[in-house]
Design a protein around this ligand. Sequence first.
Ligand code: UDP
Ligand code: MG
Length: 141
Amino acid sequence: MANTLGIVKPDAVRRKLVGRIVERIERAGLILRGMKVMKLTREQAEKFYAVHEGKPFFKSLVEYMTSGPIVVMVIGGHGSIERWRELMGVTDPAKAKYNTIRREFGTSIEKNVVHGSDCLETARREVGFFFREDEVLPKEI
Ligand code: UDP
Ligand code: MG
């Protein structure tokens, strides 16, 4: 029952899609264990996406992710890592399955509306990047 990190990216917050995205999480039976609204600094965005440093899309990705407020979420529940990725759809909205968040709301491979950790190790690191331990609801609650 590991937690995963979800982000509603700046384009989606700007387009007021937060409620519809959270609704999908709730409907899937996943559990919100932490949530906050914030605006990333350049340094934070570069650090968060450090794994992509040097790739052709890196600079633009950092610009995009710092372009406005985001919503960061700790998502729990059975199989949360895989199930949140499934709800999101693959990176490129044009290739994502029907009914996924990225397919429904994404406008380009960059502006794909949401983020989700890709495996257990990443999930631990990414949740810790944004949340202190006392900001995440324990599993018993
Ligand atoms: N991205 C991009 N161009 C690409 C690949 C990725 O702009 O060719 C952006 C996109 O916003 C994506 C993020 O970089 O969500 C991180 O890329 P990753 O390959 O980790 O995709 P994800 O795990 O988000 O599906
Ligand atoms: Mg990724």
